[in-house]
Design a protein around this ligand. Sequence first.
Ligand code: UFG
Length: 327
Amino acid sequence: MNVLLTGGAGYIGSHVLRALKSAGHECVVYDSLVKGHRRAAGKKLVVGDVADGQALRKALAENKIEAVIHLAAFIEAGESVVEPDKYFRNNTMIGLTLLEAMRDCGIKKMVFSSTAAVYGTPARVPIEEDDRLAPINPYGASKLCVEYMLSAYAAAYGLGIVSLRYFNVAGAHPTGEIGEDHQPETHLIPLVLQVPMGKRPGIKIFGDDYETPDGTCIRDYIHVCDLADAHVLAIGAVKAGQVKVFNLGNGEGFSVKQVIETCRKATGHPIPAEAAPRRPGDPARLIASSKRAMSELDWKPKFPDLPTIVQHAWQWHQKNPNGYGDK
Ligand code: UFG
């Protein structure tokens, strides 16, 4: 299939791109390179903003695109609390621009990058897809708005959509050739690994008074390559007029303190850590039930254990101490 990936030069997008290519799809990356990296994008790159509907239509038509994987977004829950406009503009509004462009070009298939943040503070874990949707930060709300738009477009125009709700994506390609390079970095595992890299003296734990066994937030970490594989399966599962939703996580939660300990073991570095105030917009606990993805998509994670996820991230950072070196 001819597939266009918005945000395909980003951390997740670049891994999805590789997985799609390995499965035999023809891929074009559409990325503004504001956050993404040219080196991560492969050869077929159109530099453009999803907000630019005309440029987008041109890219869709010229490349005879049959399906879109929409990954482009701002992703920092904490930032979204203080700058919500950025999130509703860049996530929600561009979602509408993309849907309109797809409708005009007669493209009927989409896989959407959604998030665990749509659940807010869950009433129970593991979270199932039909559990209550109640985001507690504008990031989650901005993505949930797009999910609502997708349902409306599927019903009105027969689009087929698969929405993938990612939990905490981490790790890197086992080759060490592509990995995580956010500027600035805000995610826990790459920040912790900056300590043994000599880039920061220690790590701050955002809140140690949550109602969890060690007081720190619990998250469900998923290997970026396992996440990427789910996109390949999702694109094959798209059905006209239907929206399907899948959680993607490993079904096991790790606290911030446990993640830091795993990084200490992987790197052999003491990694000093100190408690700091809570970060706004953080729920105490997010753990996925991915039973639906396993049964309906036949998704099987290859790297479900946290030490392997951390090991692959560590390998990438050691091989590429300055990331892609372009920012
Ligand atoms: N944390 C720290 N110190 C840091 C950085 C993070 O204690 O220096 C904590 C956070 O407070 C949180 C946990 O580590 O409790 C994980 O934080 P991340 O920033 O790595 O990830 P988030 O859970 O905030 O968000 C990520 C993605 C979102 C996605 C979400 C789904 O960034 O896009 O996972 O679970 F929606």
